[in-house]
Design a protein around this ligand. Structure first.
Ligand code: S3P
Length: 424
């Protein structure tokens, strides 16, 4: 993809549905009793991995425009898949589904693409094994075979990392365990699983950084309206701030308190952002966001806020290259084990474009503002890096070519159409 410098962006846009919530809505609907309807689900490669996995395990899922109708089979009603479950690039599919597979009465194998096969799975293998799951894998990487017997014991687990994927995996497995399973995390990560499990009827108690779930034999079908994804919106929020003379509005964005770290950081940087029409839909807070070009100042981001903006760090790094002063991002070592090593991919590609950015052991040091100059950069087959570099192309002199930009399909297949619609 080739992107040219632009003089302004303006207009009203809609970004795709929330990826995290879509995965969870599909998974819980499939193991609930009755017909669930999921409106505005995310039609992207990652979510199709989850969809296909459950179809393979015998669940009937009707797809009609952007609505899914799922006939749930009950918590233990999944069928043994006839072949391996392929999770593609999706860490969320893999880690969350393992929690559900652990409670079934069959063995199954899950595998993924090259990037996913290099991502750490010990974080879920270890606690699931403590619950009594029998798991085979080489060095804790995919492919993983889980030999489930339907028997799990409850545990009280303290996770060394703040990961919503690990938390969700254990909460899902906890439904199948004999008593109450408790998961404690060091910093609060996104809580979509807790909210959705509650609405499906699970007995969940949240106590600061701990979540407990009781044994559960039945979930109840729901109708869910999925809000739009703040992680996808973040590319356009920052485009609106750093492209001069811009004014854009993004509708129906999820601003769940465990996901809105980007808004807090940008506010501190002096961004002109207004959240309007704040409301609640399907248990999640939603609003419309209006953004105007702003003069930004540097900031610091540390471990405490990282889980609330984990996927937005590459685009925040781009934003910091345009802010006055030195921005220091720390406590973000988890970025090394995302779809690419995002500390490396972000720093090396922004540096190619002329940014003053240094990768550190757990983040970046960025001095700004710097003028960017178009050149050829690489997405490392990482959707968020591809979109971040495309936004960089809007402010870089001349032309920026992004290699391997197709990976945007993982979360935001119409990204370039939306971008084109606001480029004036
Ligand atoms: C996700 C959790 C986060 C995030 C990922 C989606 C989820 O990962 O980076 O894109 O849906 O639970 P971790 O749990 O590994 O931090």
């Amino acid at each position: 993809m080739k992107i040219n410098k632009i003089s302004k962006i303006s207009g009203t846009i809609i970004v795709p549905a929330d990826k995290s919530i879509t995965h969870r809505a599909i998974m819980l609907s499939c193991i609930a009793c009755g017909k669930s309807v999921i409106n505005n689900y995310l039609q992207s490669e990652d979510c199709f991995m989850t969809l296909n996995a459950f179809k393979q395990m015998g669940v009937s899922i009707e797809q009609e425009n952007n609505k899914l109708t799922v006939t749930g089979v009950g918590i233990k009603g999944l069928k043994k898949p006839i072949k391996e479950i392929y999770a593609g690039n999706s860490g969320t599919t893999t880690r969350l589904i393992l929690g559900i597979l652990a409670g079934q009465n069959f063995s199954s194998t899950i595998c993924g693409d090259e990037s996913l096969s290099k991502r750490p799975m010990k974080r879920v293998i270890e606690p699931l094994s403590l619950m009594g799951a029998s798991i085979e894998s080489e060095n804790n990487y995919l492919p993983i075979t889980i030999n489930s017997t339907g028997v799990l014991n409850s545990i009280d687990y303290t996770s060394p990392i703040a990961s919503a994927q690990v938390k969700s995996c254990l909460l899902f497995a906890g439904m199948y365990a004999d008593k109450t399973t408790t998961f404690t995390e060091p910093i609060k990560s996104r809580d979509h699983s807790e909210r959705m499990l509650k609405s499906f009827g699970a007995d969940i108690v949240i106590n600061n950084l701990s979540v407990s779930i009781k044994h559960c034999s039945k979930l109840y079908a729901q109708e869910i309206n999925i809000p739009n994804d703040i992680s996808s919106a973040s590319f356009f929020i920052i485009a609106g701030l750093i492209v001069p003379n811009s004014n854009i509005k993004i509708l129906n964005v999820n601003i769940n308190k465990t996901r809105d770290g980007i808004l807090e950081v940008l506010n501190k940087m002096g961004a002109n952002i207004v959240s309007d029409n704040i409301r609640t839909e399907s248990g999640e807070e939603v609003c419309d966001i209006e953004v105007k070009s702003s003069k930004l100042k540097a900031t610091s981001i540390n471990a405490d806020i990282v889980p609330r903006l984990i996927d937005e760090i590459p685009i925040i790094a781009l934003c910091a290259t345009q802010a006055e002063g030195q921005t220091i991002i720390s406590g973000a070592q988890e970025l090394k084990v995302k779809e690419s090593n995002r500390l490396f991919s972000t720093a090396t590609q922004l540096k190619k474009l002329g940014a003053d950015i240094t990768e550190t052991k757990d983040g970046f040091i960025i001095n700004g503002p710097t003028k960017l100059k178009g050149c050829t950069v690489d997405s490392f087959d990482d959707h968020r890096i591809s979109m971040m570099l495309s936004i960089a192309g809007l402010i870089a002199d001349g032309e920026t070519e992004i290699l391997n930009s197709n990976c945007i399909n993982i979360s935001f297949s119409n990204f370039y159409e939306v971008l084109k619609s606001i480029c004036k």
